[in-house]
Write a protein that binds this ligand. Structure first.
Ligand code: FAD
Length: 153
């Protein structure tokens, strides 16, 4: 089975865009991810899937907790920064929720404690137990479809 064809096929599943965040010794880090899913209501669990080469793996392992911010349609620049798609280092001001850095003006910010991890193939699934969340009403989400950023009309 061809890798490119598989990626393109999976790209037919439209998703939102999140930034996964954590802090190690008080230093905040972020990484763009669309592999996010809500898992369970009782307890309240979510999952993110992170590739084996991402630095976020060691950062979440050290911190034992992470944040998830659902980006709004006007936050494409932040998605690009945290996906390494912008060459120069950019200064990003985080806000802090429950002692974790999260993205200001995102549609939703969640904070999670690592509940379980599963290494599956070349990704690690981090199951997070939600410890806090906040919602900003009135913004449309940033959408990712067929490898491109899209907006809802
Ligand atoms: P780094 O390379 O250290 O960080 C990523 C980028 O964020 C760097 O450019 C860094 O300078 C910047 N950055 C980090 N912290 C800060 C800070 N405090 N202030 C300013 N800039 C900072 N990969 C997955 O594994 N799973 C996914 O679900 C996934 N979904 C994606 C969805 C989309 C739409 C895109 C575009 C990419 C996705 N990726 C996903 C790829 C992933 O975002 C990149 O591979 C990312 O560069 C990996 O980051 P890293 O953890 O190695 O950290």
């Amino acid at each position: 089975m061809d890798d490119r064809l598989f990626r393109n096929t999976m790209g037919k599943f439209a998703t939102g865009v999140t930034v996964i965040t954590t802090a190690v010794e008080g230093v905040p880090y972020g990484m763009t991810a669309n592999a996010f899913m809500s898992v369970s209501l009782s307890p309240k669990l979510v999952v993110v899937s992170i590739g084996e080469n991402a630095q976020m793996n060691s950062r979440i392992s050290k911190a034992g907790e992470f944040g998830v911010s659902f980006l709004a349609e006007d936050q494409k620049d932040l998605s690009m920064i945290f996906a390494g798609q912008v060459k120069e280092n950019q200064k990003v001001d985080f806000k802090w929720l429950n002692n974790l850095p999260v993205i200001e003006n995102a549609i939703v910010n969640l904070t999670c404690k690592v509940y379980n991890t599963h290494v599956e193939g070349d990704h690690t699934l981090y199951i997070g137990e939600v410890t806090d969340f906040e919602v900003v009403e009135g913004n449309n989400p940033l959408v990712f479809y067929e490898g491109k950023y899209q907006e809802i009309h």
